[in-house]
Design a protein around this ligand. Structure first.
Ligand code: NAG
Ligand code: NAG
Length: 370
């Protein structure tokens, strides 16, 4: 062997050694692996076998639903969805089901940026309170389980949290006051739980919020006026609670609010004119105790995918300007005390009698002639 060949053999040797050393460095930290195994130990997934893939030294490689930070190799994402397009579900011919609970050992995974343990239908127990000690958490999605207990009181410590979704569980207690400190929160979904008490007065400090979905709970009190400051709010769903008070004018002045569901509450007072003349295109105020007349403020700029004012105590005529609206997809004015002729015009052509039924004395197409 000449010296050049010898040198290149040495170089190759070094490369091979370096590669194997780096592949050891590149497996997940043993403490992360241990935390995942503890998480697995408290969960039972009988049908798909996803946890059968959680084996071997490197939890960053081939472990279903786990991904790691490419540099530190720490676990960064847990993404376990019980309903997904993944072939594993197709093969099993069913959606996911899991029982057990979420072990607090999940909080040892300090680099976690997303925790998605969603739609497993049978996971019980509480949300581990220590979850608020994960400084990098951006997504917490636990929708569709049977989680009970309260939201962690100091959830406001999760300053980077952008998505908080615990909908469709059995969460009780109040919305923690500290929630207003999650300055990066964009999407809040607490629907269909048993959350009671008032919406925190300072809710409007959540200035990044674009969707606030609180429907189907037991919330009481009035709608906090601070919400008017949430500039990006596009979707506000407070339906099916026990909210009272009246609808403030400012709700009709929000820049990008397009869906507003306040149906199924105890709201009183009049419908503010601003609300019918706003960016809101899906408006459901059904099943409250709204009074007075429907403001006569519609026009060529009025565009409603759905306008549901049914089951209130509205009086007077159907506003004439409603027939000049650009579009009304679904209209329900039934179960009020409206009276007088139903206006004609294109927005009304496709509506049937059920839109107007159970009022005091409405008449004209599609009801009986006047
Ligand atoms: C929000 O954060 C501030 C500053 O960290 C703190 O002083 C305050 O107590 C927190 N608010 C709530 C309601 O937790
Ligand atoms: C409005 O809310 C009521 C009561 O919650 C519901 O029955 C109805 O379907 C909703 N209307 C629309 C258009 O979604």
């Amino acid at each position: 062997m000449d010296s050049i060949t010898r040198a290149s053999v040495v170089v190759w040797f070094l490369v091979v050694v370096l590669l194997s050393v780096s592949s050891i460095v590149k497996s997940c930290p043993p403490s992360d692996r241990a935390a995942l195994l503890a998480l697995r130990a408290d969960l039972v997934e009988p049908y798909l076998g996803i946890f059968d893939t959680w084996k071997g030294i490197d939890c960053c490689k081939g472990w279903y639903g786990i991904s790691c930070d490419p540099n530190t190799r720490q676990v960064a994402d847990i993404n376990l969805r019980g309903e997904s397009e993944d072939p594993i579900f197709e093969k099993a011919g069913r959606t996911g089901f899991m029982t057990g609970s979420i072990s607090p050992s999940i909080c040892k995974l300090k680099r976690l940026s997303s925790v998605i343990i969603a739609d497993w239908k049978g996971i019980t127990g509480e949300i581990p309170a220590c979850i608020t000690t994960l400084p990098f958490l951006r997504i917490l999605d636990l929708v569709g389980n049977k989680l009970s207990g309260e939201l962690p009181a100091n959830i406001g410590k999760l300053r980077r949290l952008a998505v908080l979704n615990v909908a469709d569980n059995l969460i009780t207690g109040r919305i923690p006051q500290s929630i207003v400190n999650i300055s990066s929160l964009m999407h809040l979904d607490l629907r269909n739980n048993r959350i009671s008490g008032e919406i925190p007065a300072e809710f409007g400090r959540l200035s990044m919020l674009s969707r606030a979905l609180l429907s189907r709970n037991q919330l009481s009190g009035s709608i906090p006026s601070s919400i008017s400051k949430i500039y990006r709010l596009a979707d506000l769903d407070l339906s099916l609670n026990y909210l009272s008070g009246s609808i403030a004018e400012w709700l009709g002045k929000m820049a990008v609010l397009s869906t507003l569901n306040l149906d199924g509450n105890l709201i009183t007072g009049n419908i503010p004119a601003t609300l019918l003349n706003s960016a809101v295109s899906i408006l459901n105020l059904s099943r409250n105790s709204l009074e007075g007349r429907i403001p006569d403020v519609f026009g060529a700029g009025s565009y409603f995918t759905a306008l549901d004012l049914s089951y209130n105590k509205l009086r007077g005529p159907i506003p004439k300007t409603l027939s000049s609206a650009a579009y009304i997809g679904h209209l329900d004015l039934s179960h009020n005390h409206l009276c007088g002729p139903i206006p004609g015009g294109s927005p009304f052509d496709h509506l049937d009698a059920s839109s107007f039924a159970y009022n005091d004395c409405l008449c004209g197409k599609p009801l009986r002639p006047c």
